[in-house]
Design a protein around this ligand. Structure first.
Ligand code: MRU
Length: 355
């Protein structure tokens, strides 16, 4: 099925199950996968049907509820023990994006703190999953507007380069980095997005470009190794990327290739912004060296469709993320405002969402 959605929501609660946009089929097919069991949700996260840090947090929250629903006991202790096993399965899916662990912890806390029967706990878990989904959407809209305020004031019309997909598809909707892009477009401050194709999974070419096309935002896809050249030619005014985990000192894990983009930005004096919700900041880690980096299967490198690209005998290394040191980051844009990486602790102070 290929239709054009007006709004993109990758995780939707519908008919007592979860509908996930199948991101492995975009841009050629816009279709949904129905998930009604926690094991299937774990598999969908692992296989990247749903991906992007906040979106997998939302998906895991619903995964916890689906798992809770399957537990057949009225004994609270037994229920919580079994729920811990569901949480363990979901935690084991992907290691880098901290939103996954954040959302699971929030769900377990809900279960522990809800008084009453097991049925009451199940009911409350579904409400918490809905709240995580709804709040992330609101958060992204706030990030978009704070990001707009943080962008350079000259030239009046900007071109923004982004990497991977940090859009509506990667969140509850609207996006983080693409949220900033959307807000800039809405306010007439954007001429064009440059989207790195983002090897090996091509989230930029497939997903970011798709989102921009849906919304009529002009988008130019480049291969990853063209970014520095575009900067040298004066084609890029700002870089905005998302994040999978940010350490307390501002070091930021994001899709592989982000680090080299930050180095190139520094060399060309181009501001480099990270846009992410507070749920992506892991204040327990002092710096980025402690962030676990997911390694994925080498087929992502050596195979496109049915075609094998490399000679047999070659070996592969396929880290899915890298860490950009804080000193290369101009500001981290959260729902509470934009902060210099060294000032990240201030982001915890709650401010009102912009109206
Ligand atoms: O491997 P993926 O596609 O889940 O990686 C996604 C990214 O790296 C995004 O940039 C990041 O999660 C931010 S999403 C708002």
């Amino acid at each position: 099925m290929t239709t054009s959605p007006n709004q993109v929501y990758p995780v939707i609660w519908h008919n007592n199950s979860v509908s996930l946009i199948d991101q492995t089929r975009l841009p050629n097919e816009y279709s949904f996968v129905e998930i009604s069991r926690s094991e299937d949700m774990a598999e969908a996260i692992k296989t990247m049907i749903v991906r992007g840090a906040p979106a997998i947090g939302v998906a895991a929250a619903y995964g916890i509820y689906l798992g809770a629903r399957e537990i057949e006991t009225s004994d609270r202790t037994q229920f919580l023990d079994k729920l811990a096993k569901v949480a363990q399965l979901l935690r084991s899916t992907r290691p880098t994006a901290v939103n996954l662990f954040w959302a699971i912890s929030k769900m377990l806390k809900t279960a522990e703190e809800t008084l009453g029967t097991v049925e009451d706990i199940k009911h409350q878990l579904l409400q918490t999953a809905h709240a995580i989904n709804a709040e992330d959407l609101q958060t992204c809209q706030a990030i978009g507007d704070h990001g707009l305020a943080a962008l350079p004031t000259t030239p009046e019309k900007l071109t923004i380069l982004t990497h991977c997909n940090a859009g509506a598809l990667a969140t509850a909707g609207y996006g983080t980095a693409l949220g900033v892009v959307r807000s800039a477009w809405r306010e007439g401050r954007l001429t064009r997005v440059f989207a790195d194709e983002t090897r090996p999974r091509l989230q930029g070419a497939k997903l970011t470009a798709w989102e921009c096309v849906q919304e009529g935002i002009p988008v130019t896809v480049i291969t990853d190794n063209m970014a520095a050249h575009c900067m040298q030619r004066g084609l890029i005014h700002a870089v905005v990327v998302g994040a999978d985990r940010i350490a307390a000192n501002g070091d930021t894990a994001n899709k592989i290739g982000t680090y080299s983009l930050a180095i190139a930005s520094k060399a060309h004096d181009i501001p480099f912004f990270v846009a992410a919700p507070l749920s992506t900041i892991d204040f327990e880690l002092t710096d980025g060296s402690q962030i676990p980096i997911e390694e994925r299967h080498p087929t992502e490198i050596y195979q496109i469709g049915d075609t094998i690209l490399t000679p047999s005998g070659a070996e592969f290394y396929n880290p899915a993320f890298d860490v950009t040191p804080a000193n290369l980051i101009t500001a981290i844009i959260t729902e509470n405002g934009a902060f210099a990486p060294g000032d990240l602790a201030k982001s915890k102070i709650q401010v009102k969402f912009p109206q």
